[in-house]
Design a protein around this ligand. Structure first.
Ligand code: PLP
Length: 402
């Protein structure tokens, strides 16, 4: 079987993790703090908070902004359920918006979905290709007059907060600048299947505009994501002082140093090794499929944006969802593990039961119904790439050209 994705675990990772295991400190401590600093340097954000997942990061930002019952949060219909679930956790209402042909949320449709209850917009950088931040911000600024703040932080910002779900997008660029500074807060995932992994993990890049103090927000979020404690365990140990207070019923979302160790190794070689290898795989698939008239290739680069080469989202022209499912069954039976990203969230049972209907998001449904994600990971060999491409062509042509 050719796997869909596999983390790159080599001696460097094993050595760094072993170093942490033997250091006497495996929980949140110096390596997590160093990883946060390196991430901020990497994408140029004012501050970065590492947590145990991107899901935790998204929810933390919604809670920081005071999102709750009666509020609406606009998000892309084309995402993983995490983006919507965190809105439900807060008691707010998800307002799904359809996407464009590039799988990313439509700024015009955001404008149409904004009401006086809208508090946050969450675009997704699908497959690592950046959302249209320029247009999203102009829509949000245009809607300033309709914004009704219900707490001091909302009053200070005076508009809808933009939190990106950049789970896929570490290393992508927008106007030549790395993804990490284009929205008020940008949330990355380091789940085992993502471009850069810490086994489980995530990060929030903070870029709140003046007069917000991002360093101060970082400190607040550290407390809010660790039981509301005024000191974390590492600070207690460093200061030889056990005494602390709890100032709110906070969450338990911290990233351990064990995870950060993997992240430090991964980040140090990310631009020099990981991204070029992923690009090479994308380029190979694109060259291979270009000659087939049934193949709709993913957009990876425009004058404005370049992807992080996370998901190779191939679409097959003119097929139905059933045909796509049959093609993927054949591909998997032939030994290549492919995936589909994503079933639009309104099509999932929980959200259907809340009254959402995927028919209201026709572009999302069309993209989904014809999409197949191909294997992309560091250790994928040239021979395996050849096999993937050959198997995909065989299986598609069996179905589309009977
Ligand atoms: C993976 C993923 C998430 C969740 O990331 P976790 O770190 O597992 O919480 C959120 N959104 C998208 C689009 C994802 O692909």
């Amino acid at each position: 079987m050719i796997p869909f994705s596999a983390p790159r675990i080599d001696q460097l990772v094993v050595d760094e993790v072993t170093h942490t295991l033997r250091s006497g400190w495996i929980g949140t401590g110096p390596k997590t703090k160093l990883f946060e600093k390196k991430l901020s340097e990497y994408y140029g954000a004012k501050a970065t908070l590492c947590l145990n997942s991107a899901t935790a990061g998204l929810e933390t930002m919604l809670r920081w902004y005071g999102v709750g019952v009666g509020d609406e949060v606009i998000l892309s219909a084309y995402t993983f359920a995490a983006t919507a679930n965190v809105i439900i956790h807060c008691g707010a209402t998800p307002v799904f918006v359809d996407v464009e042909e590039d799988f990313n949320i439509s700024p015009q449709k955001i404008a149409a979905a904004i009401t006086t209850k809208t508090k946050v917009v969450i675009p997704v950088d699908f497959a690592g290709f950046p959302a249209n931040y320029t247009d999203i911000f102009s829509v949000v600024i245009d809607a300033k007059n309709a914004f009704i703040p219900t707490n001091l932080i909302q009053e200070e910002l005076g508009r809808i907060l933009v939190i990106s779900d950049s789970a896929h997008a570490l290393g992508a660029t927008y106007n030549g600048i790395k993804i990490g500074t284009q929205a008020d807060a940008m949330v990355f995932s380091f789940h085992a299947s993502k471009n850069l992994t810490t086994a489980e993990g995530g990060a929030i890049a903070l870029n709140l505009p003046e007069p917000f103090d991002n360093e101060a927000i970082y400190k607040t979020l550290c407390i809010q994501t660790l039981h509301g404690q005024t000191k974390d365990a590492y600070a207690k140990a460093l200061q030889h002082s056990w005494k602390y207070d709890v100032i709110e019923a906070g969450y338990k979302y911290n990233m351990p140093d064990l995870s950060a160790s993997i992240g430090l190794v991964e980040l140090a070689r990310y631009d020099a090794e990981t991204l070029p290898k992923r690009k090479q795989i994308f380029d190979f698939y694109t060259e291979y499929f270009e000659g087939f008239d049934w193949a709709q290739l993913p957009v990876v680069k425009t004058t404005q944006s370049e992807t992080s080469y996370h998901i190779y989202a191939l679409r097959i022209k003119g097929i139905t969802e059933e045909q796509r499912d049959e093609i993927t069954r054949h591909i998997i039976a032939a030994g290549v593990l492919v995936n589909v990203h994503f079933m639009p969230v309104p099509a999932l049972t929980y959200y259907k039961n809340l009254g959402y209907n995927v028919a209201d998001y026709p572009v999302a449904y069309d993209n989904y119904s014809r999409e197949i994600s191909l294997p992309v990971f560091y250790d994928l060999t040239d021979e395996q790439m050849q096999t993937v491409a050959r198997v995909v062509v065989n299986c598609v042509e069996q179905i589309v050209k009977p």
